[in-house]
Design a protein around this ligand. Structure first.
Ligand code: F6R
Length: 608
């Protein structure tokens, strides 16, 4: 979702801005723009479509000389994707330029008031209000204008701002939208995310809510909303540029699918010591763990799907009731929370607006909160009482794969820890499970070796209209993820169904040749699943089955079978998801879709 960048320093700004925007492409966008200040004029270039259009239009940035600038990739919220609505936006005299990520919720009210004062608007965006409001408050002091603007606007924002009367300075401010600042050799940078600055610096500052930064070529000054100077410490980013590049893979998604064995290992290893599960970041005593009577797992999209799996694992192992909620629903349903409740929010980006809002709601109501988060220093990581990081590294493809897999690992570990402390499973069982967990990376690698077979199979389905995924229990949770992976990147309609529920309506959609992917990894449900498989088969479905090694009986009904290695029944999701990710990837590839940047989607969904 919208990406912002900014640069001030010795170098020409435009190529650095374009390069930074390139690194933020994964966030999803429909138009892009840059504004560059040469000390006299602020020049603007913006265009609907891919960054390529902007590059060509500006001859790689050459047409906008100057050493200070801001850039933006826009994911439309207010106003259609168009050249006019693309950022940056100017005030009327083109002396203030603004880029914005977030939503100004009270923009209509402010717009009306500004129009009454004679301000003219050219775009349909909420952002243009900020440019005019800054103009209204600006009396020669940018900081004063920014803080007054902050007191007026409601909603979320990360803003990059240039004032023509202040060459040599670039301003940035945030509330509820991500923003980082970096100091590099000969210049300073702002960005929505680390990959955009990594080429220039590893030392970044995470800007907190309602903090303002004034960037100069050789220094950074930070302020709070009262304009008081504040001190901030930089954080050194450990991962390097190559982690955010394709490394020879055709797409980030494929690269990230292949990084799963390592990501799983990195998330697992630090939490298993001397055969025991140690999750220090949990910050809970055994007594506190025993006092929890109910767990809520709250997340969006694929992260929510890991929660659906985790419910089975937690309830099965630790015997604690778990409710899994979509974050966008949770806060509006007045959930019943008390001091014996714990809330776990799961998020790759750590910036998903609904998940963050759910976390805040729970905190406000005095509930203990834990974030399972991938992006270090993100809003959820900072605001949750405790944070358990998934060590997947930067995930660039919009469709999550390795972050999803590491979220599962974090949830398994938590469930096992709770079970251990509460005495609901024996040490022997825990030991066996630890062995199974440690084998997962090897099993995942083995499944990845079969990618050509899956590609051949996927190529037959590029023209499919509907594809169904069915499963029971944990296999239903895998089906949800398999279905989402396929539809979000291939644009083929797909549904996941609890297999037993199919005959209560949806089975009427099955016709000759409809592909049904059935997941059968739960041995206690295997027979029941076989019946469901036969039900769809007899109605003409073409059947893809994913099941445990040895379950050959399914071959009688299924047209194509993928076997996964045997593992603990609670961990099968980690294996079954691999062929389903590859299937989705290859169908999308076969259709010629933009796999890493599917239409209408954003990597980090920072609006509700
Ligand atoms: C799907 C996908 C999304 C995210 C969801 C939550 O492939 O990536 O469904 O899982 O938008 O995002 P995070 O995990 O960043 O909160």
């Amino acid at each position: 979702m919208c990406g912002i960048v900014g640069y001030i320093g010795k170098e020409q700004a435009a190529p650095i801005l374009l390069d930074g925007l390139d690194k933020l492409e994964y966030r999803g966008y429909d138009s892009a723009g840059i504004a560059v200040f040469d000390g006299e004029t602020i020049q603007l270039a913006k265009a609907r479509g891919r960054l390529k259009v902007l590059r060509e239009m500006t001859h790689g940035g050459e047409m906008l000389p100057g050493t200070c600038g801001i850039g933006h990739t826009r994911w439309a919220t207010h106003g259609i994707p168009s050249d006019t609505n693309a950022h940056p936006h100017f005030n009327g005299t083109e002396s203030i330029a603004v880029v914005h990520n977030g939503i100004i919720e009270n923009y209509l009210k402010i717009k009306k008031q500004l129009q009454e004062k004679g301000y003219e608007f050219v775009s349909e965006t909420d952002t243009e209000v900020v440019a005019h409001l800054l103009d209204y408050y600006y009396k020669g002091n940018p900081l004063e204008a920014i803080t007054r603007m902050m007191h007026r606007v409601e909603g979320s924002y990360a803003l990059g701002i240039m004032f023509k009367e202040h060459p040599g300075k670039l301003y940035a401010v945030r509330k509820d939208s991500p923003l980082i600042v970096g100091r590099a050799q000969g210049g300073s940078l702002i960005a929505s995310d680390v990959p955009a600055v990594l080429k220039y610096t590893r030392n970044v500052y995470f800007i907190q809510n309602e903090e303002i930064v004034c960037l100069e070529e050789d220094r950074l000054n930070f302020f709070n909303v009262d304009s008081d100077p504040i001190e901030k410490e930089p954080v050194t980013i450990q991962w390097d540029v190559s982690a955010a590049e394709k490394a020879g893979y055709e797409h980030f998604m494929l690269k990230e699918i292949y990084e799963q064995p390592k990501a799983v290992l990195d998330t697992l290893n630090p939490r298993i010591r001397d055969g025991k599960i140690e999750i220090e970041e949990l910050g809970m005593t055994d007594e506190e763990i025993r006092s929890i009577r109910k767990i809520f797992i709250v997340a969006c999209g694929s992260a929510y799907h890991t929660g659906v799996t985790a419910k089975y694992v937690f309830e099965g192992l630790a015997r604690i009731p778990v409710e899994v909620d979509l974050a966008s629903e949770f806060r509006y349903r007045n959930p019943i929370l008390d001091e014996e409740t714990m809330l776990i929010v799961v998020s790759q980006s750590g910036e998903t607006a609904d998940t963050l809002a759910a976390l805040r709601e729970a905190k406000m109501r005095g509930v203990r909160t834990l974030g399972i988060v991938n992006v270090v220093g993100s809003s959820i990581a900072r605001e949750a009482d405790n944070v358990m990081y998934t060590w997947a590294g930067p995930e660039i493809a919009v469709a999550t794969t390795k972050a999803y897999s590491t979220q599962l690992i974090a949830e398994y570990l938590l469930a096992m820890k709770f079970a251990q402390v509460r005495g609901t499973v024996s040490q022997e069982e825990i030991d066996e499970m630890i062995c199974d967990l440690k084998e997962l990376p090897v099993h995942i690698s083995m499944l990845l070796d079969h990618k050509e077979k899956l590609q051949r199979f996927a190529n037959r389905y590029v023209a499919a209209k509907d594809i169904f995924f069915i499963g029971r229990g944990i296999d239903y949770a895998i089906s949800l993820e398999g279905s989402l992976k396929l539809k979000e990147i291939s644009y083929i309609h797909s549904e996941a169904y609890a297999a037993g529920e199919l005959k209560h309506g949806t089975i009427s959609l099955i016709e000759e040749g409809t592909l049904v992917a059935a997941v059968l990894t739960q041995e206690d449900l295997y027979k029941k699943m076989l019946s469901n498989v036969v039900e769809v088969k007899t109605r003409g479905a073409f059947l893809l089955a994913v099941t445990n090694a040895g379950n050959t009986e399914v071959e009688k009904a299924a047209d194509y079978v993928i076997y996964i290695p045997k593992t603990n029944k609670y961990f099968t999701n980690s294996l079954a998801v691999i062929p389903l990710q590859l299937f989705g990837y290859y169908v999308a590839l076969g259709k010629g879709c933009d796999v890493d940047k599917p239409r209408n989607l954003a990597k980090s969904v920072t609006v509700e």
